[in-house]
Design a protein around this ligand. Sequence first.
Ligand SMILES: C[S@@+](CC[C@H](N)C(=O)[O-])C[C@H]1O[C@@H](n2cnc3c(N)ncnc32)[C@H](O)[C@@H]1O
Length: 321
Amino acid sequence: MVKPSPSALKQYLLNAEELGNPLQVQDLAPQATSMAVEIGFGGGEYLAWWASQHPDWTFLGMELPVDCMLRAARVLQQAKVDNVRLIRGDARYLLREIFAPQSLHHVLMQFPMPWPKEKHAKHRVSSPQFAQTLADVLVQDGIFELVTDQDWYAKETAEVFAQHPDFLASEIEVQPHRPFQTRYEQKWLEEGRSIYRLVVRLLRPSHSSRILLPQPMDCFSLSPSLVGADVKKLLGSRFKQGDSVVEVKEVFAAGDGWMLRVLSSDHSFSQLFHLRIRKKKDGRCLLKVDEVPRPYYTQAVRFALKSIHQALQQGEVEVLR
Ligand SMILES: C[S@@+](CC[C@H](N)C(=O)[O-])C[C@H]1O[C@@H](n2cnc3c(N)ncnc32)[C@H](O)[C@@H]1O
């Protein structure tokens, strides 16, 4: 496991807790002229190089594994770049949810996992929804750039953008000139594979609906006479309302109350987080979202709070098992 210094983690990692309103370029760097994103930055080498080429821009990298976050934080610190932040999560949702409309100048994705089998197609980042997300968060004339070793993936992505009325796609370039190569790129070139690049430009921004709620979650008051047996009855409960689904996966005593481990889904966006029930010294009993680490605030997280509150207060909520 790569160990970056605590100062590198503090400098480069951006947490969901820090996000309030949708991000604008000024929120990351007041002096920056443009904001760019790299999806799936791997070890962060390209991001460090890219940021060093544009010191007046600000950059945000998105990745899934913790290991990539740690390795990239160390690489960025060694490269002494100070115009990059890293955020962990699935770019298909993060891109749509955390940026203000028309806030990004360039989104880059290099050697994404292509998920070639049709049964895994839902994992591919490129999709009509992704194009609509980009139509919302890119500025007019903003760029999405894909670099891949899979010709069919480049063609499929070009087709997705060709179907969207607000984008103009370039021809797919084969073996484009690239002044800096990513780790995967070096590997594929050594194996003799071809590299493909697609660049699309946004002609007209348009809106995409989002699931993140701008305001914090409420804190609910519960009966002071609540006992552990009432809380434990919630284990395995499922609640459903529209696109929000919530399931209580675990219930355990914690300090001066209990914790519920909850799985929530808004459409296909799933999160695991904790709700805390706390008996206060003044006799009150409170239910709230545990903030460390806190989930992204969505309709399903709000629904989890409301339905569990109601279930504990009245037992009247329909519980699907
Ligand atoms: C084949 S690696 C390429 C890494 C790097 N771009 C390079 O060229 O060396 C693909 C990377 O994309 C990341 N990735 C895949 N799906 C993602 C998603 N939905 N959101 C963010 N990152 C993703 C993976 O974790 C992985 O590190």
